[in-house]
Design a binder for this molecule. Structure first.
Ligand SMILES: C[S@@+](CC[C@H](N)C(=O)[O-])C[C@H]1O[C@@H](n2cnc3c(N)ncnc32)[C@H](O)[C@@H]1O
Length: 231
């Protein structure tokens, strides 16, 4: 009986992942507090390191922005012409859109529930932002599904801003990454078991790195990439 209750508790808690990047609905109310508990504000600061390099007036696609912390710095610093906020978690999306009401910020933001497959075939953006999202996927999903679809949505002279964890030789970083991945596998049902080498996959997908800044003791980078060949 107890066994059955425990099983159904974990099934409800975890929800069935509909996407390879998991279902963050259960984690959404706790996400910012957990992130602050482990990293303070350093993960948020890392996401803003290169915002000043993005051209004003750009159309911006934010993929997996979570509870929406990044909206205010983007709207105030980048003054985009348009923002599409694409999120697979309905609860994350509700929190992000709620921020716009709590603290009115000027700017046009469309909130859309779904993953990269919810983009229309003709949609193109000057800037794509993936903040702590590529780390949720296996190399196979990144190479075969996510990166090609996002690359297609990038204007030929557009920029892709990635902020994410990277592999390092430090055992403390490796242990922390393992803990985080295990936690999100259990609570959100993310598919991956280890951090993908996403810089290699971006290069393989035909992008080149323009800028890179390191954060959180080298465990995180924020980078701007663009298409290698501008057609
Ligand atoms: C680890 S959280 C990061 C949230 C936020 N960017 C931050 O740094 O606080 C990953 C977020 O990406 C969302 N997500 C996962 N896969 C996605 C996809 N394919 N398209 C859009 N959002 C996705 C999740 O719902 C979650 O909110």
């Amino acid at each position: 009986m107890l066994n059955y209750r425990l099983c159904s508790f974990f099934t409800t808690m975890r929800a069935q992942p509909q996407y390879p990047g998991g279902n963050f609905d259960w984690v959404a109310p706790l996400y910012d507090a957990l992130s602050f508990f482990v990293f303070g504000r350093s993960l948020q600061r890392a996401q803003t390191l290169l915002l000043g390099e993005l051209q004003p007036g750009a159309s911006i696609l934010i993929v997996g922005g979570g509870t929406g912390f990044l909206l205010e710095p983007i709207l105030t610093q980048c003054q985009p012409s348009q923002v599409l906020y694409l999120e697979t978690s309905a609860r994350m999306l509700a929190q992000a859109s709620g921020r716009m009401f709590q603290k009115p910020i000027l700017g046009s933001v469309e909130f859309r529930l779904g993953d990269e497959t919810a983009l229309r075939p003709d949609e193109r953006f000057d800037v794509i932002i993936t903040p702590f999202v590529l780390d949720l996927f296996t190399e196979q999903t990144l190479a075969q599904r996510m990166l090609p679809r996002l690359r297609q949505a990038l204007n030929p002279d557009g920029h892709w801003l990635v902020t994410d964890f990277v592999r390092t030789d430090k055992w403390t970083h490796q242990a922390l990454l393992w803990l985080m991945i295990t936690f999100f596998r259990l609570t959100a049902g993310i598919e991956t078991r280890q951090l993908a080498n996403w810089p290699r996959l971006l290069r393989k997908a035909g992008l080149i790195r323009l800028e890179s800044r390191s954060a959180v003791g080298g465990m995180v980078v924020s980078e701007i990439w663009r298409l290698a060949t501008v057609s």
